[in-house]
Design a protein around this ligand. Structure first.
Ligand code: MSP
Length: 647
């Protein structure tokens, strides 16, 4: 990644550590995408960033799911965590460390922290009685219940008693109140701070920090019948991952954290319990806790346990990581809840990405190719419209900086899109197609092309924190290499003589009706596949055929000997295929999906008795089988010997 070397000091940002009770959904993705945007923005603006994420793997709920599945809790979480890491890798999330609470580095440090708090006199053994919500793994007092149910998720709670260790949270009540009063920026948004202040004023009770009714947790040092209750285990990840207390190099460098980014329902743990634990350890407090809102679906919270989740992998597969990230960051207002619908998402993708940005890139590169031989020209003239575009282009970055200081991602992107839309309007105002007809106006035409390329260069840097793969694509098309530098958004006239290289549309236009139908269909299929005993949704198939129809077809195994592009059709690849004794030529429309080189040597299945056809002047004798889902094409392959029949 070409981000600036740190010069402005350190910046430590964390996401919550996610429960690996099942695969993550779009709500979790939302939080991680925001943290990634901040991390990338800060790196680009010159900070030495440490971005931490991870998984919170202990607790009764995980133990129960593993039991139901007949695997050990460790086996269960290993599989889910592999999926979490794969999701973040697919999305190119730029975390610096991923902490798992089952890792030895965390386990040993949590025990050391428990001992320190104990030595301080802040831990005692007592009897716990409370209302327990199993899905949330939370004990509640009578007064906290809402209609007798869990105040977080609304589900029924059970009365529970047990011998347990307690943390003297009540001892820190006054200091926590003082923290809120003296430091209004500690917890944002303000509404959350007011709620939390009120909560503390009502009185803090000591906190149960161990359990003896299940085993899947970190043993209490010296009393292994008890495991450390999950919030002490979970919250401390922010310092154990930095090596506290035994290997403090990173701790010394990055603690206190600049921001803990968390969902609104866990603000209480982060803004009250976590500071109190740090006070007990005599450690500095994080500078800020930020509580974001929820993504709602059908008016309710998306949740793994309710089963009404949106799978980010499906959306990334269809629309790419940048389109999804753009939507999440542009659509929702930080701190507030927002409703997720496919339709709103697809409209954003079409209007802002395909129409506005995508069009600007393709119009600019196409015109530079057409009017300037593909080389970005110098600007020799300047009129009022040129001046207006230039002054807007170099003034967006400070606005984005202000927005990012308050985590207003939507406003940052809106400010960038003011420039995107202005540049599109600039084309319409300048009418380069008319300038091109008049040789005496060549200088004006050059200026227009130059200014468009410059605006796009600036846009490509501004969008980097939110859509870094699009940054790369735009830079590639404008022939820009080298480091991406935030400072370069403040200056115009850096490009001259660059060779543009027009690529594919960066955001193809979507047929919204078709996409909506397909997304619905996919959701049904996924639900059916997940719940083997549940709904069985039949696939949409072609009309039924008789066995005799099938028996007429002769499928054979072959090996691709050579592959090359069709000389007269961009879409086609021409293969020479060996099928047992016979060698023949087969042409397939897969040039967009495979390079000729990668196909050589592949085993394929051929419809061998298909009538030969001429395709753009070359004969194709048979058809190679490929699998596809309307977007992605995969080769259907086999290990059987060449010439074998496939029945
Ligand atoms: N393990 C705890 C956090 C411990 S942090 C020391 C936990 N895990 S979680 O997997 O249930 O939730 C993690 C984060 O995902 C929370 O911040 C939560 O708000 C967020 N989200 C879960 N569902 C969400 C939405 N539908 N929308 C937005 N964020 C959501 O809590």
């Amino acid at each position: 990644m070409s981000e600036n070397k740190a010069s402005k000091g350190t910046y430590y940002i964390s996401t919550p550590i996610y429960y690996p009770s099942s695969n993550l959904h779009i709500g979790h993705t939302y939080c991680t995408v925001m943290a990634d945007a901040v991390a990338r923005f800060k790196r680009l603006s010159g900070y030495d960033v440490h971005f931490l994420t991870g998984t919170d793997e202990h607790g009764l709920k995980i133990q129960k799911i593993a039991e139901e599945k007949g695997v050990t809790p460790q086996e269960y979480v290993d599989e889910i965590v592999a999926g979490v890491k794969k999701l973040w890798a697919t999305m190119e999330i730029s975390y610096d460390d991923f902490i798992r609470t089952t890792e030895p580095r965390h386990v040993r440090r949590v025990q050391a922290i428990f001992n320190k708090m104990n030595e301080k006199g802040d831990i005692y053994k007592g009897e716990y009685e409370g209302w327990y919500c199993t899905p949330c793994e939370s004990f509640w007092t009578e007064s906290q219940l809402v209609n007798g149910c869990c105040p977080d998720c609304g589900r029924p709670v059970e009365k529970a008693h047990e011998k347990a260790y307690f943390f003297r949270l009540s001892k820190y009540q006054d200091r926590i109140l003082e923290l809120f009063e003296k430091n209004p920026d500690f917890l944002k948004p303000d509404t959350r701070r007011h709620e939390m202040e009120e909560f503390v004023r009502q009185g803090l009770e000591d906190l149960c920090i161990s359990r003896s009714t299940f085993k899947w947790g970190i043993p209490v040092p010296g009393d292994p019948e008890h495991v450390i209750y999950v919030w002490l285990d979970a919250l401390t990840n922010y310092i154990t991952a930095l090596g506290y207390p035994d290997d403090p190099e990173l701790y010394n460098k990055y603690w206190p954290a600049d921001v803990h980014l968390v969902g609104k329902e866990i603000v209480r743990f982060h803004s009250i319990i976590w500071p109190a634990m740090l006070m007990s350890l005599d450690l500095p407090l994080p500078k800020q806790v930020l509580g974001h809102g929820w993504l709602l679906i059908d008016g309710g919270k998306m949740s793994k346990s309710k089963g009404n989740v949106v799978d980010p992998v499906v959306l990334i597969d269809r629309y790419g990581i940048d389109a999804l990230k753009y939507f999440l960051l542009r659509e929702y207002t930080f701190g507030q809840d927002g409703v997720f619908t496919n339709e709103v998402m697809l409209k954003r993708m079409n209007f802002d990405l395909a129409n506005d940005l995508g069009n600007l890139v393709s119009r600019t590169t196409a015109m530079i190719e057409k009017y300037c031989g593909g080389v970005i020209p110098k600007a020799e003239t300047e009129d009022e419209i040129d001046r207006e575009l230039k002054s807007l282009a170099v003034s967006v970055a400070p606005e984005v900086e202000k927005d990012m200081d308050r985590f207003a991602f939507n406003s940052a992107l809106e400010n960038i899109w003011v420039l995107v839309r202005r540049a599109n309007k600039y084309i319409d105002e300048k009418t380069p197609w008319i300038l091109a007809k008049d040789e005496s106006r060549k200088a004006e035409l050059d200026t227009c092309m130059h200014n468009l390329a410059e605006s796009l260069r600036i846009i490509s840097i501004l969008i980097y924190p939110y859509m870094h793969t699009t940054t790369e694509k735009i830079r590639e098309q404008l022939g820009i290499t080298g480091e991406i530098r935030w400072e370069d958004t403040f200056v115009f006239d850096l490009l001259e003589g660059n060779k543009v290289c027009r690529g594919e549309a960066i955001f193809p236009r979507l047929d919204i009706e078709k996409e909506l139908k397909e997304l619905d269909e996919l959701k049904k299929q996924q639900a059916a596949a997940k719940d083997g005993a549940g709904e069985n949704v039949p696939l949409k198939l072609k009309p039924e055929i008789e066995y005799g129809d099938f028996d007429k077809m002769d499928f054979r195994v072959g090996t691709i000997l050579s592959a090359e592009k069709h000389p007269d059709a961009d879409r086609l690849l021409v293969f020479q295929v060996q099928m047992g004794t016979e060698k023949r030529q087969i042409i397939s429309g897969v040039a967009k999906d495979f390079s000729p080189e990668e196909m050589v040597g592949k085993k394929v299945i051929v419809v061998a008795n298909l009538k030969p056809r001429m395709l753009r002047g070359m004969e194709s004798k048979g058809m190679i089988l490929f699998a596809e889902d309307g977007k992605h094409v995969k080769l259907v392959t086999t290990e059987a010997p060449d010439g074998n029949a496939v029945n």
